[in-house]
Design a protein around this ligand. Structure first.
Ligand code: GTP
Length: 543
């Protein structure tokens, strides 16, 4: 019972800046506002000569400012704020070459804003639109596939799961294509689909002879995950993220790489605030709702009642009111006089809903009709500039893998144990790594080769046999040591982290293989010349 109540408090806690000021937030609530204000006002004078104390007072003042800002931030119901956000959105469109419209996979059509798309398509500069189907971890795989199929009739669409990690740096990015990732892997906090999205953007950068620099605007309804997507691509917390709408208030530019800059935009609320759809899409701050009960009625109509009953531990309810009273009882939400509060229970249910704790998804319409703002020419042009066929082909291949029912898609058709053995014994991998690490000389079986750029810091490589080479270079039988992900180590990690560990193992494996392929041809050339095994040598021997 308490657990659920706690969960409901989380959205606020996880929002921008809330964590940092949470203790402070709670202090003035316990005291009366006057006392707290007095304390702040007196501190700088009282500790005038004390550097440490004055710094602390300064910090307190800053916290107070942040708190004030926090109190006013998600005023999405305020018309002036809406207008300000809309202005920011226009700025983003104006500055961008490509617009990513982020959609929540649970209700992609509900999140789509045709008016916004029209604005983009009509804007000067022939701007391009790409749909990003985010939060795919909250929806069954088959549903994601159906939506991808549907949306691709209109615009290039990339399936995505943003990282939901809270750390500041090194956000995990999994290179396993989203279609191949297992459900458990998708449930991890790592990001999926970043490579595909980067490839689509890269295709656009490479249009024509010269690689161009592009600005990519990230737009969408509040809370669909725009900032999380940017952070995932950047692999660091470049933008603030929160489970409440309206965290992003101004346009923000993030340098992704030499060629791509991302622009984060505040979320746009298309419909009136009172609309149930707008509320259920988390466009409005739940705590500020005048009538939280009506949206819950819609939730009960749309969702699996059994699931909801078991989640809240209530059953046998006939009406929304009965349900809410039971939930209020379970969560201990009481009004003055000890009456269970349906409003408070409704807000708790809505908070669970927007944070994805209550599962819900929509299916695409059975037949497709092109929206009026899109023409067949636009669809064709968008598909061509992003080279989407390439992406679709990759997806088709991975769908095949799915159809064959390979249980552990993460590891492809390779047994994890076997994979480890291959890593440890693959000569090509040794060579590739030896070359990359600028190992001086290497020996594989009877063959020897050498690199011309010796490096003393042979990280992770142990010298074993040292023989004499014709050119007085030492020969090293390279053997890998503890550098690659070892299955045993993965197995020993916390079961909750294993998915992530395996994902990074696969990523490393792919990287190594790619490197090996690339360097194998280089190697054979250098070995041929070093060992004089070329055709010329044979000829001269023959002579
Ligand atoms: N499960 C899941 N949660 C996500 C995903 N992407 C974002 N979220 C969560 O959704 C909430 C909103 O994310 P934000 O990135 O702040 O959304 P936004 O669109 O920038 O929101 P505004 O700033 O209000 O416009 C946060 O709690 C995120 O952790 C995802 O792919 N899967």
């Amino acid at each position: 019972m308490m657990k659920l109540r706690h969960k409901n408090k989380k959205p606020g806690k996880g929002s921008k800046g809330c964590k940092k000021v949470s203790w402070y937030h709670s202090q003035p609530a316990k005291q009366n506002g006057k006392k707290a204000a007095t304390k702040v006002a007196y501190s700088p004078q009282f500790f005038h000569s004390n550097d440490h104390a004055s710094r602390e007072a300064e910090l307190k003042k800053k916290r107070e400012e942040v708190l004030q800002e926090l109190n006013m931030f998600p005023q999405l119901d305020d018309e002036a704020t809406r207008k300000a956000y809309y202005k920011e959105f226009h700025k983003v469109v104006e500055y961008s070459d490509v617009i990513l419209e982020v959609l929540d996979s649970r209700d992609p059509l509900g999140c789509r804003c045709f008016q916004m798309e029209e604005t983009v398509l009509r804007a000067e500069g022939n701007k391009k639109l790409v749909l990003v189907l985010n939060k795919i971890d909250l929806v069954p795989k088959e549903v994601v596939e159906k939506w991808l199929e549907y949306l691709r009739n209109e615009l290039p669409t990339v399936a995505f799961k943003a990282s939901t990690q809270h750390q500041v740096k090194n956000l995990n990015r999994c290179s396993v294509p989203v279609d191949q990732a297992s459900e458990s892997l998708l449930k991890s906090k790592a990001c999926f689909g970043a490579e595909n999205l980067m490839r689509v953007l890269g295709n656009y950068c490479r249009l024509g002879e010269v690689r161009t620099h592009i600005r990519v605007g990230v737009v969408g309804l509040p809370n669909v995950g725009k900032s999380s997507l940017i952070n995932s691509l950047k692999r660091s917390r470049a933008c603030s993220v929160g489970a409440v709408p309206g965290v992003t208030k101004f346009m923000q530019e993030v340098y992704l790489d030499k060629f791509i800059r991302l622009l984060d935009a505040p979320g746009i609320v298309p419909g009136p605030n009172s609309e149930v759809g707008t509320i259920l899409r988390n466009c409005i701050h739940v705590q500020k709702l005048a009538d939280p009960v009506t949206p819950v009625e819609t939730i009960l109509q749309r969702c699996n009642l059994e699931e909801i009953s078991s989640y809240y531990g209530v059953s046998g309810f006939q009406t929304t009111e009965h349900f809410l009273t039971a939930v209020a009882h379970r969560l201990g939400k009481k009004k003055k006089g000890g009456i269970y509060s349906q409003e408070q229970a409704a807000k708790a249910v809505l908070a669970d809903w927007v944070s994805g704790k209550i599962s819900f998804y929509t299916l695409p319409p059975s037949t497709h009709t092109l929206p009026t703002h899109l023409s067949a020419e636009i669809v064709k042009e968008m598909t061509e500039v992003f080279d989407i066929e390439d992406t679709e082909q990759a997806n088709e291949d991975t769908m095949e893998c799915l159809a064959t029912g390979e249980s552990d898609e993460l590891l492809g058709d390779m047994d994890p144990l076997e994979m480890e053995i291959k890593w440890l014994h693959s000569p090509m991998v040794k060579i590739a790594d030896a070359m990359e690490n600028k190992t001086t000389v290497y020996k594989i079986g009877d063959l020897t080769g050498y690199c011309t750029n010796p490096n003393r810091h042979q990280m992770g490589w142990a010298k074993r046999n040292v023989d004499l080479h014709p050119r007085n270079n030492s020969m090293v039988d390279v053997c890998p040591v503890d550098r690659r992900p070892v299955l045993q180590r993965i197995m020993e990690t916390d079961p909750l982290q294993q998915g992530q560990a395996l994902a990074s193992a696969l990523k490393k494996k792919k990287k190594i293989q790619k490197r090996a392929d690339k360097l194998a041809s280089k190697l054979s050339d250098s070995m041929m010349s070093a060992l004089d095994l070329s055709g010329n040598a044979d000829d001269s021997a023959g002579d």
